[in-house]
Design a protein around this ligand. Structure first.
Ligand code: SF4
Ligand code: SF4
Ligand code: SF4
Length: 449
């Protein structure tokens, strides 16, 4: 498979090795992050007029899901402001590598937490409150504060970026969908790593910190385990790190058969379907129930959400995978659980397409609020750029529908392709999983269009 290392471009390599550009972007994002919290706490409670809601859930979300994740994978994690304070606590340095050592308790995360079940749980928790988070500035501020405090607290106790790796609900879905991106950080020559005495990429050196994600770059085969923090690029004394352009979805050629990742895929898929029904569907009662956190109707909504994501979608998929095994001409002896987890790789391109199509609706409908909040971020009657009174103007027409249909079709095609390749390797006929993906695509189209 063809790969081209972007680090052959001298100025790009120099810019990525230098800590200043990355730090500057993160610091600016941190300022925006803190301002979003402040706006959420003291600004107008009207969501569509509050910077916290519009900047985070319209602007940031759209850029993340429509551009950053599909193109760069974990590119957001490379500059994300959330780990900044925790990193400082461990490193006692804002910028310089400070000998590559970290301080603090540096405890190893207990084995029980070294998986993404906790990320799944954190995402599910956020998801059942999402209608309130997405519309109420105070709740958005609270969610951002909780993430920041959790990241700092975990950095104070545990080694490296334990919060990112095991808990962050945003990092969980970025990691899942980063497998589709045409970008990867890997080592150029694994043999050089085998004979490398210092393993500075993992242990740290005068030039850089040991991998904050606890990953040994020579063992990297898939994107989720790498936060693209670029420390190994700085610390490797043998110039053995490469940043490759590669074909789309290359990680899914040999998917990991992990049950926690499979359930992450179901959670994401189910959340996209439910959000499309809640935010874009004609069911007023559903929206009211989703918004009324803590009430009986909301409990019913939350239970239905969890049932769809954790029982209905996986249950139907289990049936599809069993059928795929029966229909396959050759049937290698593999555990049912393994077949199920491996086949779930097909849901990665499908889920990303669902989220992109849903986000397009959301952004086209609400994007014009950005003009209002840029001029009056707190809803206090300011008019900084003369656009505070701009009239809400949704961008929605036949061309947006065509784009959404195209995105969903691409997702279904990607799922069928992954099902075919994974099926050929794992002894599963691709038809049932492709049919499952197509049926869900039709449902999503019905909800969106
Ligand atoms: S895992 Fe979460 S907190 Fe960590 S860098 Fe990525 S988005 Fe930010
Ligand atoms: S420091 Fe460089 S050469 Fe050594 S193990 Fe790490 S990536 Fe390989
Ligand atoms: S493998 Fe390298 S770029 Fe990826 S998280 Fe570890 S140190 Fe950062």
């Amino acid at each position: 498979m063809n790969r081209v290392s972007l680090l052959q471009i001298p100025w790009l390599k120099a810019a990525l090795k230098n800590r200043w550009p990355q730090f500057t972007i993160s610091a600016l994002l941190m300022a925006g992050f803190v301002f979003a919290i402040v706006a959420g706490l003291v600004g107008t409670p009207v969501g569509s007029r509050n910077f916290g809601i519009i900047a985070v859930w319209i602007a940031w979300w759209a850029i993340l899901i429509l551009a950053v994740v599909p193109v760069t994978g974990r590119g957001w994690c490379s500059v994300c402001p959330i780990p900044m304070a925790g990193d400082f606590l461990q490193r006692r340095s804002l910028l310089g590598p400070n000998g590559g050592r970290t301080r603090g308790l540096n405890l190893r995360l207990p084995k029980l937490f070294r998986n993404i079940w906790w990320q799944n749980a954190a995402f599910a928790l956020m998801a059942i409150f999402s209608a309130a988070i997405l519309t109420n500035p105070r709740v958005t501020a609270l969610a951002l504060i909780i993430m920041l405090v959790a990241a700092i607290g975990m950095s104070a106790v545990f080694e490296r970026r334990s919060f990112c790796k095991s808990v962050c609900p945003v990092g969980g879905f970025i990691g899942l969908y980063s497998q589709v991106a045409p970008l990867e950080l890997r080592v150029a020559d694994a043999a050089a790593c085998a004979s490398c005495a210092s393993k500075a990429c993992y242990n740290g050196s005068e030039a850089g910190y040991g991998c904050p994600w606890g990953t040994f770059p020579a063992g990297l085969t898939r994107n989720p385990a790498c936060g693209l923090c670029l420390e190994c690029l700085r610390s490797c004394p043998n110039d053995n790190i490469v940043l490759n352009l590669r074909p789309f979805a290359a990680d899914l050629e040999k998917p990991a058969a992990r049950l926690d990742e499979a359930f992450k895929a179901f959670l994401m898929l189910g959340a996209a379907l439910v959000y499309a029904a809640v935010f874009l569907g004609p069911w007023g009662n559903l929206k009211v129930a989703a918004l009324a956190a803590g009430t009986w109707p909301w409990l019913g909504y939350a239970a239905a959400f969890l049932l769809i994501c954790l029982a209905l979608l996986p249950g139907l998929f289990w049936v599809a995978v069993r059928l795929a095994k029966r229909m396959a001409p050759a049937k290698p002896h593999t555990a049912r659980r393994h077949d199920f987890a491996q086949a779930a790789a097909a849901l990665v391109p499908l889920g990303l397409a669902f989220w992109a199509a849903f986000s397009l609706s959301f952004v086209f409908a609400n994007g014009s609020y950005l003009l209002n909040v840029l001029s009056d971020p707190l809803g206090w009657g300011w008019d900084l750029f003369g656009t505070a009174g701009a009239v809400w103007s949704p961008l929605y027409g036949s061309w947006t529908v065509a784009v959404q249909v195209g995105v969903l079709a691409l997702g279904a095609f990607g799922a069928a392709r992954v099902a075919q390749r994974a099926g050929a390797r794992g002894g599963l006929h691709p038809l049932p999983v492709s049919g499952y993906s197509l049926a869900l695509t039709v449902v999503m189209m019905g909800l969106l269009l």
